[in-house]
Design a protein around this ligand. Structure first.
Ligand code: NIG
Ligand code: FE
Length: 410
């Protein structure tokens, strides 16, 4: 007997496809059905289409609820040890982030705490953060290393990130961020640390497939453009993709460097200049906006959103979940901040955690929009308007989370 064309159909939905070919806001299709076969969207059809009517398999009646693609948090540091709440108190009392970093705090205080705990403990501390994202509808998360800064400790962090992909119903994209800070044992020998990254860490993560991309902190208090260039060249030679924390505190021309290497994304961008925008537009590099760090650092300079938009640079939004500058596990709060602080429309914010975030992780061919052939990762929301997902925080009006074609509220 022939197998049914579809395993499961979600019928009578308002489907926010975010498919750019559907040229209405959010790519919204009224009274449509999402037909799934295996882990893939087989078709998106009007609810009254004959194929939907003749389907004899599983059916979920959405009763007019909104369906969006699963959310993608394309920039997090969600694996860490320790707490930086005391540093936050210092910052509130007026001590700048850069000053705390110079005194050996900031990223390095989390490095000490992360090195001190085992892989199992690291996993345990990170689980609630991941669960919070999952509960909001995140179906794919990027997780960076960067609080180990030795070969063993960076690998330890990446192994924890990889284990999440197994224990939770979520996709994990892992990134090596060994160039996050110069570890204390290399103080004054920064280039030697870069050599360790280039000669040992990148080959090790490439060999063990522990990361898809290599990230850097290209900044006055971290690594120079020349050092990041060495790291990116090594990454590409090992077949790894490129990302960068750039122009967050100063303009260091890191975005141009990322673009020159054909990077997936340049992130933060508060101090991005016109040359950086032009370079990103040319290379198709995604601008990942991280308004959480802007908010927590009480920054004044905003990224040049209007110019990025005008240049056609894709805009993604991420939580930047980390213990120092963005200590919140909420992609919805990040979207809300992108609207309130940076002037994105709610539609842009939603696209920023779906279609555009998929581009920032090199996964646009199989996630980020709802269309036939893409993975069946989607969310069913009890809202009347897509903007409600971004506007109203606290309660999650989500009815169902579907991952790889299976309803999963884990
Ligand atoms: O994305 N900019 C550098 N990295 C992080 C901060 C990490 C930390 O302070 O622990 C960021 O904001
Ligand atoms: Fe970050």
């Amino acid at each position: 007997m022939d197998r049914e064309p579809f395993d499961h159909i979600w019928i009578h939905a308002r489907v926010a496809t975010f498919d750019p070919r559907v040229t209405v806001p959010c790519g919204l299709l009224a009274d449509h059905a999402v037909a799934v076969r295996g882990d893939t969207i087989a078709a998106i059809l009007p609810s009254n289409a004959p194929e939907v009517q003749s389907h004899r398999g599983a059916v979920t009646d959405c009763g007019g609820k909104l369906v969006t693609p699963g959310f993608i948090d394309c920039h997090t540091h969600l694996v860490w040890g320790g707490s930086r709440a005391a540093e936050w108190e210092m910052r509130l009392a007026g001590v700048p982030y850069t000053e705390i970093a110079k005194r050996g705090g900031g990223i390095l205080s989390t490095v000490r705490a992360t090195r001190a705990i085992s892989e199992g403990e690291l996993l345990q501390t990170a689980v609630p953060r991941l669960r919070a994202l999952v509960d909001e509808g995140v179906t794919c998360v990027e997780i960076k290393s960067g609080y180990g800064l030795t070969l063993d400790d960076e690998l330890k962090m990446l192994r924890v990130a990889r284990r999440f992909a197994i224990v939770e119903s979520i996709d994990v994209s892992q990134t090596l961020l060994a160039a996050h800070a110069v570890p204390p044992e290399f103080a004054g020998r920064e280039d030697d640390y870069v050599s360790l990254i280039v000669n040992e860490m990148i080959p090790a993560v490439a060999r063990d497939r522990l990361a898809e991309a290599v990230d850097v902190f290209c900044e006055s208090i971290a690594f120079t453009v020349a050092q990041c260039d060495r790291i990116f060249s090594a990454a590409r030679a090992h077949g790894l993709a490129i990302k960068g924390h750039v122009e967050q505190i100063t303009n260091s021309h890191g975005a141009e460097l990322v673009a020159r290497h054909g990077g997936w994304s340049a992130d933060h961008l508060e101090h991005l200049d016109d040359a950086g925008i032009a370079a990103m537009a040319k290379s198709g590099t995604v601008a990942v906006l991280l308004p959480g760090a802007f908010y927590f650092l009480r920054e004044k300079q905003k990224p040049p959103v209007e110019k990025l938009r005008a240049a056609g640079v894709p805009l993604a939004v991420a939580s930047d979940l980390n213990p120092g500058t963005s200590p919140f596990a909420s992609i919805r709060l990040a979207m809300n901040m992108a609207c309130v602080l940076y002037g994105l429309s709610p539609e842009e914010a939603l696209a920023g955690v779906t279609r555009e975030a998929a581009k920032a992780l090199g996964r646009a061919s199989h996630i980020g929009t709802l269309e036939a052939g893409k993975r069946a990762d989607f969310l069913v929301w009890d809202v009347t308007h897509p903007a409600e997902i971004v506007c109203q925080l606290g309660a999650t009006p989500r009815a169902e989370r579907v991952v790889r074609g299976k309803a999963s509220n884990a």
